[in-house]
Write a protein that binds this ligand. Structure first.
Ligand code: AMP
Length: 430
């Protein structure tokens, strides 16, 4: 099966060739014909499967084929994404794949000035990529007209719901013409996603690829059991002794990401952190430095890392396991993408046994353990509860900033303070 066989027009085939893609990925093979036919689509696919091209290529083809009534273009396709990073990346794909077609596009997201966005919208675009909050800001200011939308795409819909965007999505839906094509992409199919699909989609075709455990097969996974207080030391040791040059490290909380980044910097590793409390400029800069090799370690929270597309990322480290097993699969999906090999290493302490068990249950197999000599866990250390973190992360209007970091994660401080991994007291000044 080739891109030619999928019935794409020469302008798109040329763009695909320029990207170096030789053949369509499974989600592209399945989704492209459905989207071209104009039907609604419910797609189970996560980042790393090539889903973006799976909806962007046929979308571009449909828009290019439909007549534009001359003059200023109207927004005919609206693509909603949960995060700024994903919006920027999807828009980049729209630009790349649509480079040989006479279609205009732009992207709007929060955290940056609204006026340049207004200027671009005023000039007219065929395709708008947006995060829901900023899109509604534009609606409020009457700087965007959604009355001509023919195709709506909800990308990473599960994450949009996790981030509390359901009301915003409903508001946007109410502004769209009734007759339109709807495409919903989601890595998981929770009850909420099904309810949204029921409401949004009209007799959708269901396509599903790489069930949440399949992506994991391309990646070498390993667990290093270690004590919670020695994780940072072990991480520095692994990076140094293996001479890893580009490592993406996950923590559960924003505070944890900042603290770890500082500690690694003290260990002499060039490190940056990205999470929801960082300005858009800081996040973009950190990602660019990481991609360019100027930053060796990028520490990220799950939401900030969602949708990051870093080619051939060789190493992903789970400094802390995620609370939600599916997030593990998303995290390790950052490595070994599109056929490249990668390694995903998890530093697991005694507190995280249950999380590891849930992840292995989802994967349907055990992840091999390897104790690193010198870092053997102390069997006398008792497990301690893990805070439910991340509840404020990425939510619009989140108020984590400036408050006590610990309460900012939705967990009350426990009496008699302890030395939990995610919430231990500040180290004595040294
Ligand atoms: P996505 O799942 O859309 O985030 O895409 C994951 C990565 O796969 C991106 O880096 C794409 O550039 C790449 N990709 C998409 N389609 C193909 C393809 N047909 N062949 C090779 N790589 C691809």
């Amino acid at each position: 099966m080739s891109f030619e066989n999928l019935g794409l027009v020469p302008e798109l085939l040329r763009a695909v060739r320029e990207q170096g893609y030789e053949q369509p990925t499974p989600i592209q093979r399945k989704a492209i014909p459905v989207v071209l036919s104009g039907r609604d689509l419910l797609a189970g696919a996560q980042t790393g499967t090539g889903k973006t091209a799976g909806f962007t290529l046929p979308l571009l083809q449909r828009l290019a084929a439909g007549s534009r009534s001359g003059g200023r273009p109207a927004i005919r396709a609206l693509i909603l994404t949960p995060t700024r990073e994903l919006a920027a990346q999807v828009h980049e794909s729209v630009r790349l794949y649509g480079g040989h077609l006479p279609l205009r596009s732009t992207v709007v997201f929060g955290g940056v000035g609204i006026h340049p966005q207004i200027a671009k919208l005023r000039r007219g675009v065929d395709i708008l990529v947006a995060t829901p909050g900023r899109l509604l800001d534009h609606v409020g200011q009457k700087t965007v007209d959604l009355s001509r939308v023919e195709v709506l795409v909800l990308d990473e819909a599960d994450r949009m719901l996790d981030m509390g965007f359901i009301h915003d999505i409903r508001k946007v839906m109410a502004l769209l013409p009734e007759r339109r094509q709807n495409l919903l992409f989601s890595a998981t199919f929770s009850a909420e996603i099904r309810a949204l699909a029921d409401r949004l989609l009209d007799e959708p075709t269901l396509v599903e690829v790489a069930r949440s455990n399949a992506a994991a097969d391309q990646v070498d996974q390993l667990v290093h059991p270690v004590d919670r207080e020695r994780k940072r030391e072990l991480l520095s040791f692994l990076i140094g002794s293996n001479d890893w040059r580009q490592v993406l490290v996950f923590t559960r909380t924003k505070h944890g990401a900042d603290r770890l980044a500082k500690q690694l910097a003290r260990d002499g590793l060039t490190t940056a952190a990205i999470h929801g409390n960082k300005s858009q400029g800081a996040r973009t800069r950190a990602l660019a430095d990481f991609k360019a090799g100027a930053v060796r370690v990028l520490v990220a929270t799950d939401i900030a890392a969602r949708g990051l597309d870093i080619d051939q990322l060789p190493h992903v480290v789970n400094f802390e396991l995620p609370n939600v097993p599916e997030d593990y699969v998303h995290r390790i999906g950052r490595t070994g993408r599109a056929g490249n090999d990668g390694t995903a290493i998890s530093l697991v302490c005694v507190d995280e046994r249950r999380l590891l068990r849930d992840i292995e249950r989802l994967l349907g197999r055990e992840i091999p353990r390897e104790v690193i000599p010198g870092y053997e866990p102390d069997p006398a250390i008792r497990p301690e509860p893990i805070r439910k973190a991340g509840q404020n992360q990425g939510r619009r209007g989140g108020n984590g900033r400036g408050r006590g970091q610990r309460t900012g994660t939705g967990q009350h401080a426990r009496p008699g303070g302890n030395t939990r991994q995610g919430g231990r007291r500040a180290r004595p000044a040294s």
